[in-house]
Ligand binder design. Structure first.
Ligand code: E4P
Length: 215
């Protein structure tokens, strides 16, 4: 498993990148809107921080304009991956973009068949939304398991990005379920590295060390 960070906030990205555990970034229009800054400027800055795939989402609703948008985004930096929504227009665009050598991340995947179609169309990545499924009483992790099984059984090369991660357990479960990548909000990354027994242990070691006679 690899970890991407799911944010468009450059401070969070810098700080996460320093930990040395992040190998890519995912954004979406909502995350970009939260920053209140120019889209292309933000994306360009992100590519300068993280040396790995950076997903930037196309917002056109038809394949032609989606492709044009994707070409513009891909021209920003070789690491750009164009996020394309999972629908008929999106699939058409993914197919053309794959032939042009432009990497895609098919987003808003909520079923195994959608993931299958994304892979067959030539998507580089597929993003099933675990948290949003859990939110409506479905089992997001079960979907990751199904997709991982289908891709493996049929030799499909598309990489699964477990997205819409809400808490650290989602990351553990995504890794166990066979996701290639989990894209985590900054807060979840912080939660992953914390354990109360670690903090207590450090405190105790330092307190004991202070009692060691020093020359
Ligand atoms: C990332 O690819 C997705 O856009 C993101 O994980 C969605 O997360 P949310 O369901 O918390 O908005």
């Amino acid at each position: 498993i690899r970890l991407f960070i799911d944010t468009a906030n450059v401070d969070e990205i810098k700080s996460a990148n320093e930990l040395g555990v992040i190998s890519g970034v995912t954004t979406n229009p909502s995350l970009i809107a939260r920053e209140g800054r120019d889209f292309v400027e933000v994306v360009r800055e992100i590519t300068a921080i993280v040396d790995g795939p950076v997903s930037a989402e196309a917002v056109s609703t038809e394949a032609g304009p989606m492709i044009a948008e994707a070409e513009e985004l891909a021209a920003i930096h070789p690491n750009i991956v164009v996020k394309i929504p999972m629908n008929a227009e999106g699939l058409k665009a993914v197919n053309v973009l794959a032939q042009k050598g432009i990497k895609t991340n098919v987003t808003l995947i909520f079923s195994a068949n959608q993931a299958l179609l994304a892979a067959l169309a030539g998507a580089t990545y597929a993003s099933p939304f675990v948290g949003r499924l859990d939110d409506i009483g479905h089992d997001g992790l079960e979907l990751i398991k199904e997709i991982a099984k289908i891709y493996e059984l049929h030799g499909l090369k598309t990489q699964i990005i477990s997205a819409s991660i809400r808490h650290p357990l989602h990351v553990t479960q995504s890794a166990l379920a066979g996701a290639h990548i989990a894209t985590v909000p900054y807060k979840v990354l912080q939660q992953m590295l914390k354990h109360p027994l670690t903090d207590l242990g450090i405190e105790q070691f330092l307190a004991d060390w202070a009692r060691v006679p020093k020359k």
